[in-house]
Unconditional design. Structure first.
Length: 249
């Protein structure tokens, strides 16, 4: 991961004052010299400042606690996105499609460290406006799916949080076995036709947990899968059948 990618993932935390003094100073210097991060910071500041002025005070939704817990789970493992999406050209990729029955739930939520907290506030404001101006609630903008482990990864699980409006996805992994030296876990997005596309690579913490950011939308893909590949960058195509996978619909 480049220095820019690492810093870009902490812009929201910097705007909200969630970084320590040293990290905040490093981020300030980076934002002053980076046009894209500077623009992102301006948008986030505008949202954070404007939100309290948009609607009158309301009672929090009944499912607010669940949404905050989702955000906390996403923020638990890392304050930086550990695995940016990697678009690769695959000459001849194997076609496979894991078969599994996955329970899918959709809900209003927000996730992703400090960015999620901003999104959560946006959701509250939008809900209040809808309640005042329309009898029809807005459609869900976040979808949740599950990855289930099999074989040697039978104890592993993954919770997929698809932030549709932002075109990114969070995957909260738990129970992953430790990797052999020089290996990484690689996330694959599978098309309905069975073509895998590399989406992210990561190494879990000592507890087998990690929150991974997939910087691409899930639309057009039928499944997500995980394999162990050679590090540090993973493979251009899976070298083994996945033992952790789930449907995206």
């Amino acid at each position: 991961m480049s220095d820019h990618e690492a810093m870009e993932g902490s812009v929201a935390a910097w705007v909200l004052g969630a970084l320590d003094a040293g990290e905040a100073e490093d981020m300030r210097v980076h934002v002053e010299g980076c046009a894209s991060c500077s623009q992102a910071a301006v948008r986030l500041r505008r949202a954070a400042v404007a939100l309290p002025l948009e609607v009158e005070e309301i009672s929090p939704p009944a499912r607010l606690r669940e949404r905050v817990l989702v955000a906390a789970a996403a923020a638990r493992s890392s304050t930086l996105p550990s695995a940016p999406a990697r678009k690769k050209t695959v000459a001849a990729t194997p076609r496979w499609k894991p078969v599994a029955t996955i329970e899918v739930g959709r809900f209003y939520a927000a996730a992703a460290a400090a960015t999620v907290l901003l999104a959560l506030l946006v959701g509250l404001v939008a809900g209040a406006l809808v309640g005042r101006n329309s009898v029809t609630p807005a459609p869900p903008q976040v979808a949740r799916f599950t990855l289930v482990g099999h074989g040697s990864l039978s104890g592993a699980r993954g919770t997929i949080i698809d932030l549709k409006n932002d075109g990114v996805t969070l995957v909260d992994f738990k129970g992953l076995p430790a990797l052999a030296k020089g290996k990484v876990y690689e996330v694959w997005l599978i098309t309905p036709g069975g073509r895998p596309e590399a989406a992210a690579v990561f190494v879990p913490d000592s507890n087998g947990a990690k929150v991974v950011l997939v910087s691409m939308p899930l639309s057009g893909f039928a499944q997500m899968a995980v394999t162990a590949e050679d590090g540090p960058d993973g493979a251009t195509a899976p070298t083994q059948p996945p033992q952790l996978y789930g449907a995206l619909a």
